[in-house]
Every structure is written in C-alpha cells, then in structure tokens.
Design a binder for this molecule. Structure first.
Ligand code: SF4
Length: 257
C-alpha cells in the first residue's frame, strides 16, 4: 500500500515536470517568434509534400527581405503602394502614403486610414480631416505647411485598431519617412499613434502637456487627441487648443536655440 502511494506520487511528480517543460518550451518558442517578428524576420516552415508556395505570402516576404527600403520619397512611395507584407493589402482600395510638405518642420502622425482615406488615398479627409485642418489653422498652419502620415498605410477593416503585427510590418515605412523628412517636431494625434511612437500604454490624457521624444532620433513629440475623438467629445477641443499652443511654444524655443 505504502509502495503504491509512493509510486503514484513519483508518477505525479514526473508528469508535472514534463508539463512544465512543454509549457516552458512553448513560451520560449512564442517569445522567439515575437522577437523575430519585431525584427521583421519571417520564420520558414517545413512544407508538406505538394503544398504550394503560391499566394501564401512567404515568397512575398522573401522578396521584401531582399529589397531594402528606398532612400528617396518616390521610391519609398512606390514600395508602399506595392506592399503586401500584411493582410491589410487584401482589403485596401489603395495605400495611403502621406501628404503635405516633405521639407516641413512639423510631422503629424495619426493612426490608420479610414473608409474615406482609403477611397481618396489621402490621410485625414472627411469630418475628422476637416477638424484636423481647423486645428492646424488655429496653430497658424495650413495643411500644406506640414506633413501628415499614419502609423499604418492601409485601412484596417471596419476601422478597427491596428493589430500589433500590422504595425510591426508597416513601421519601417514610417521610420523611413521620418528619416527622409527629419522633422523638428512630431504631433502624435490619438492613442494609437502615441502608443506606437512612444512604446507606452499610457492614456492620451496622461501623455498630454509633457514633452516626449521619439526613439533614438530624439525628435520632440507632443501628444494630443485624435480629431475623430473630438467629434464625439467636442468639449475636449479646448484641451487640443492647449496642446497646440504647447507644441508651438516647444517649436519656437527649438528655433530660438
Ligand atoms: S499596412 Fe503597411 S505593411 Fe501592411 S500591406 Fe499596407 S503598407 Fe504593407
């Protein structure tokens, strides 16, 4: 009786140890995949006999890895328009690269194209776009005085938030736009833009009114609400006015230095 109990205890111990190893292995594998994905590296999988490589995206990714990013605006825009790195290419009408003055001091970064942007190929059109134009006007700019881009270049279906893997795929394009433009100041409009640019989950309300800096470039970055949010909460407009005044003060100080 005693020996049976001991045997059962040992079996239970061995079983829990094996389960721990399996879990740990899966966690490590998932972590590995996440790191590789963040670095833009696609893992190659062993294919079953007869399985086709056509249209499954692997060949496309292989081509993308082989193709370095263009170092000029026209080349980069062309790469984006042909991009199939994430699933959003399947549902887009067209890519939305960005618009405005490529030598501007101010770069406005939003979230992703909506239905109207997807139709027109231009960021921030429609009601939210009109409000952004008014916000810029209040800060003393026209749309042509700044450059406007998004975190994602293709519209997520049903205007849902961008998925992390979509941002990871698209991020290099925005980084290259920033490198080409070298803006003096970035205005991140809305939580999605702020979270991805600053790698944080803080609420927009907590990030407002503080001067942030974008990545290793250290470009000054100011956070404000997205105009789409202001359309739903018009009382918050005065806060955006405050944010724009803050951004203007930062910009003037930089120019005076
Ligand atoms: S969202 Fe970006 S990465 Fe995805 S297909 Fe469009 S351009 Fe390519």
């Amino acid at each position: 009786m005693q020996s049976t109990r001991l045997l059962n205890l040992r079996i239970a111990h061995i079983r829990s140890w094996v389960m721990f190893r399996v879990d740990a292995c899966m966690i490590t594998q998932n972590l590995k995949n996440e790191y590789l994905q963040a670095m833009g590296v696609q893992r190659w999988l062993v294919r079953a006999a007869g399985e086709s490589a056509v249209n499954d995206g692997l060949q496309v990714l292989a081509n993308d890895i082989a193709e370095p990013l263009a170092h000029d605006w026209a080349g980069l825009e062309q790469q984006v328009s042909a991009c199939k790195k994430c699933k959003l290419h399947e549902t887009r009408t067209q890519t939305v690269f960005g618009i405005g003055n490529r030598q501007a001091d101010w770069l406005i970064i939003g979230e992703a194209p909506g239905a109207e942007e997807d139709r027109q190929g231009e960021p921030f059109v429609g009601a939210a776009g009109k409000l952004l134009t008014e916000m810029l006007f209040a800060a003393g700019f026209s749309r042509a005085d700044v450059y406007i881009a998004n975190i994602l270049k293709c519209r997520p279906p049903e205007n849902r938030d961008p998925a992390p893997e979509e941002v990871a795929c698209c991020n290099a394009y925005l980084q290259q736009q920033i490198a080409l433009m070298q803006p003096q100041l970035i205005l991140a409009v809305g939580g999605v833009a702020a979270h991805n640019l600053l790698q944080t989950n803080e609420k927009v309300g907590q990030m407002r009114g503080t001067l942030h800096h974008y990545g290793e470039t250290n470009i000054p970055l100011v956070v404000t609400y997205h105009p789409a949010y202001l359309l739903r909460s018009p009382l918050e407009k005065r806060k955006v006015w405050g944010d724009l005044q803050f951004a203007q003060a930062v910009y003037k100080r930089l120019r005076a230095e």
